[in-house]
Design a protein around this ligand. Structure first.
Ligand code: PEP
Ligand code: MN
Length: 348
């Protein structure tokens, strides 16, 4: 890291910074400029926090040369992480992007869930998603069927062979959720619930980590780092939109640029969720395509057998006929992108 001293820093201030750096095993190299003194600190940043240095008298700014996330960073691992499932499905590393669809919430009507799952299978999707434990903005809204919802998802897996994704909100439910599902989702609202991140860090299941609505990309990757630091390196990031000033036409601002940014700085796979990213049914197709063209390793979309009756997120859910139409075109885009990726290098 680099420590830029204030113009008014005294010799005593500079020496105190050098002393603390050396105490923590850093090599300190001093550069005296015409205006500022700058100290290059070479060493292991985890032993001394930037906040501690920033609080010292005479310190102007502390800048990190390397990204603060390590396990998630490309510097540590240059090749893409690929997450593989028992049935051979793979996420990341240039494999064909995966498709995850299903209702926002699992509801009591199993036939409705099965209709979605059967259509998903027909359209080449690999995953069925559905919430059994739902984070809701209002306490008066439907908050999921709990274990009954997990049982219905497990039944749909039996009937179709689709892999199951569901959200975990409370570490007390971890063992229960692990019994039923293939991928555990950490929702946007819990992206910085550090105890929950630690708990799933001890799980063997792959984790979909959704980007918090007010999180920077760096905070997003640091949240992934928490899971990895606790032992679970099977993290799939999910861009699902962030809050901004304009919510007249969309629920969130889907940050498409975050996808190639994350690909540059991290080896983890990233999928895109245009349903929560826009909140609008008609925007799912263009934004799913945009995400795929930007390099997403998969798409997550909400589909309901009867969106007008859905107990949550009906407005952004596709009906089954709409889903089939939209996904036939999404599959065409994936075919083209995948062909481009797997094509041999042009002959010189
Ligand atoms: C969901 O996937 O149903 C969900 C609640 O998503 P998010 O956490 O992105 O809002
Ligand atoms: Mn939803």
């Amino acid at each position: 890291m680099i420590i830029i001293m204030e113009k008014t820093a005294t010799e005593g201030n500079i020496q105190s910074v050098i002393d603390i750096l050396q105490e923590h095993g850093f090599r300190a190299i001093l550069h005296r400029g015409a205006v500022h003194t700058v100290i290059d600190a070479l060493g292991d940043k985890t032993t001394l926090s930037t906040q501690r240095l920033e609080a010292m008298d005479g310190v102007g700014q502390v800048k990190l040369v390397r990204e603060p996330f390590r396990l998630a960073s490309r510097d540590r691992k240059s090749e893409d992480t690929v997450i593989e499932f028992e049935n051979g499905v793979k996420i990341g590393g240039g494999n064909r992007p995966v498709l995850m669809v299903g209702p926002c919430s699992v509801e009591e009507n199993y036939d409705g869930l099965l209709q979605v799952a059967v259509a998903a299978k027909e359209m080449g999707c690999q995953f069925l998603r559905g919430g059994a434990f739902k984070p809701r903005t209002s306490p008066y809204d439907f908050d999921g069927l709990g274990e009954r919802g997990l049982e219905l998802l497990a039944q749909a897996k039996k009937d179709t062979g689709l892999l199951i994704v569901t959200e975990l909100m409370d570490s007390a439910d971890l063992e229960l959720v692990e019994k039923y599902v293939d991928v555990i989702q950490i929702g946007a609202r819990n992206m910085q619930n550090f105890k929950l991140l630690k708990a799933v860090g001890h799980s063997n299941k792959p984790i979909i980590l959704k980007r918090g609505p007010a999180s920077t990309i760096r905070e997003f990757l640091l949240a992934a780092e928490h899971i990895m630091y606790n032992g679970n390196e099977k993290v799939i990031l999910c861009e699902r939109g962030i809050r901004s000033f304009d919510s007249d036409y969309t629920r969130n601002v889907l940050d498409i640029a975050a996808i190639p940014v994350i690909k540059k700085y991290s080896h983890l796979p990233i999928i895109v969720d245009p349903s929560h990213g826009t909140g609008q049914r008609y925007l799912i197709e263009p934004m799913a395509k945009a995400g795929l063209v930007a390099g997403a390793d998969g798409v997550m979309v909400e589909v309901h057998y009867n969106p007008s009756q859905a107990l949550s997120d009906g407005k952004q859910s596709l009906s089954i006929p709409q889903f089939k139409e939209v996904f036939s075109r999404i599959n065409n885009i994936i075919d083209v992108l995948h062909l481009e990726k797997t094509a041999p290098a042009p002959i010189e």
